[in-house]
Design a protein around this ligand. Structure first.
Ligand code: FAD
Ligand code: PHB
Length: 404
């Protein structure tokens, strides 16, 4: 049995856990990260692609944006497409110069793992039987097995960054959390293809046959999504059928269409909206997907994980510097204000751009009117733009020990 001790025990080496570990490192606060998957699995998991301006600024301020600066694709706008026509929304002009950056989540994770390894602070991959205890004491514990050794890791605080299916949220006693949930009667079939992106910006499409999204990862790789039933077996979709459906939904009257190429990855993801509140129990703080999930249509999940850990790092800095607990006490309320606004935006993008099985002809015409209004009113476009590039952070970079 190995007995370990640290200041902050972090469960999960996704974006939330790795960013928090680095923010704490920059403030001289010790942490141990415990992850149950392998390093390769964590790096190869294909997920998000859109970074808000604030997330990009945060990664820069943390000193981990070298590759992002070289390889990230800055986008000043996006397209909304319906009834065979693409409409451009100029994000940068509408938000006073802000933009989004397309850079794969797996690249973010890879950069953060490299940064962690360079600090020589502990990061355990392939940890087994991970559990948490003594959460309502001042010395909570993380138990796990690594190699052949069982570890007891005593901490001042545990950060539950272990995603929606992790162990932290279910370890909170029954009755403490309020859960808010909405499931959707559809999922996304996503592909990565070896094809040069045929549009310089993302295209969100509402078609008679359902939603489709054109995105990218690099000048040679296209990322595309299709609305499908939530439990759709991927075997139902041979590559030719995927391309045919993508092109049917996305091709516009002016002849724009995605370029076809070899499909190198494909999978189906269900969609849900979920919030657990408060994001804290005793000395356990939940951050990122362990506390909330948004449907991916608003591109908010990874960005919310980043804003949660900025708030947590700032509160932990105050805790370690002056023994102040008020900031930790405010953590959940501060995060949830931003989380609920992102929930609202993601729900709205999802319900406006997808076709629900139970919808009526009235509902569909209302969707078209919504998109027609959106793409013809500067006020409506400004509202979308400021939410899409990201609402302001609730705490300053300086409060988390970063240059502003
Ligand atoms: P995760 O990335 O889930 O990380 C949690 C980590 O904890 C994982 O490494 C997991 O292996 C580990 N873990 C789990 N259980 C345990 C355990 N018991 N012990 C130890 N470790 C454990 N978001 C955006 O912002 N923009 C987008 O464009 C976007 N697109 C998306 C597209 C798709 C198809 C999907 C599925 C998601 C998308 N998201 C997007 C959402 C985004 O990927 C997530 O919100 C983000 O990964 C959350 O980060 P996290 O660190 O909180 O959780
Ligand atoms: C992606 O590129 O993976 C992506 C882009 C926009 C979204 C979701 C995912 O809304």
């Amino acid at each position: 049995m190995g007995s370990l001790r640290t200041q902050v025990g972090i469960i999960g080496a996704g974006p939330a856990g790795l960013m928090l570990g680095h923010l704490l490192h920059l403030n001289g606060i010790d942490s141990v990260i415990v992850e149950n998957r392998s390093r390769e699995y964590v790096i190869d998991r294909v997920r998000a692609g859109v970074l808000e301006q604030g997330t990009v600024d945060l990664l820069h301020a943390m000193g981990v944006a070298g590759n992002l600066q070289r390889e990230g694709l800055r986008h000043d706008g996006l397209y909304i497409s319906f009834q065979g026509q693409r409409h451009h929304i100029n994000l940068t002009e509408l938000t006073g110069g802000r933009a989004i950056t397309v850079y794969g989540q797996n690249e973010v994770v890879k950069d953060l793992i490299d940064a962690r390894v360079a600090t020589s602070r502990p990061l355990y991959f392939e940890a087994e039987h991970v559990s948490v205890g003594a959460l309502d004491s001042s010395s909570p514990v993380i138990r796990f097995r690594h190699g052949d050794v069982d570890h007891d890791l005593r901490c001042d605080v545990i950060a539950g960054c272990d995603g929606f299916h992790g162990v932290c949220r279910p370890s909170i006693p029954a009755g403490v959390l309020s859960m808010y949930e909405r499931t959707y009667p559809f999922g996304w079939l996503g592909i990565l293809a070896e094809a040069a992106p045929s549009s310089d910006e993302l295209v969100y499409t509402l078609h008679e046959r359902g939603f489709a999204l054109f995105s990218m990862r690099s000048p040679k790789i296209t990322r595309l999504y299709l609305q499908v039933p939530p439990d759709e077996p991927i075997e139902k979709w041979p590559d030719d059928a995927i391309w045919e459906e993508m092109r049917t939904r996305m091709t516009t009257r002016d002849g724009w269409t995605p370029t076809v190429g070899r499909i190198i990855q494909k999978g189906v993801t269900p969609m849900r909206s979920f919030v657990a509140a408060p994001m804290r129990y005793g000395r356990l703080f939940l951050a990122g997907d362990s506390a909330h999930i948004v449907p991916p249509t608003g591109a908010k999940g990874l960005n919310l994980a980043a804003s949660d850990v900025l708030v947590l790092a700032s509160a932990l800095k105050a805790f370690y510097e002056g023994g102040r607990t008020e900031r930790l006490d405010e953590y959940s309320d501060i995060c949830l204000r931003r989380v609920w606004k992102a929930q609202r935006f993601s729900w709205w993008m999802t319900s406006t751009l997808h076709r629900a099985p139970e919808e009526t002809a009235f509902d569909h015409q209302r969707q078209i009117a919504d998109l027609d209004y959106l793409t013809s009113s500067r006020a409506a476009m400004t509202s979308l733009a400021e939410q899409y590039v990201g609402l302001p952070a609730e705490v300053s970079f300086a409060s988390a020990g970063l240059p502003s």
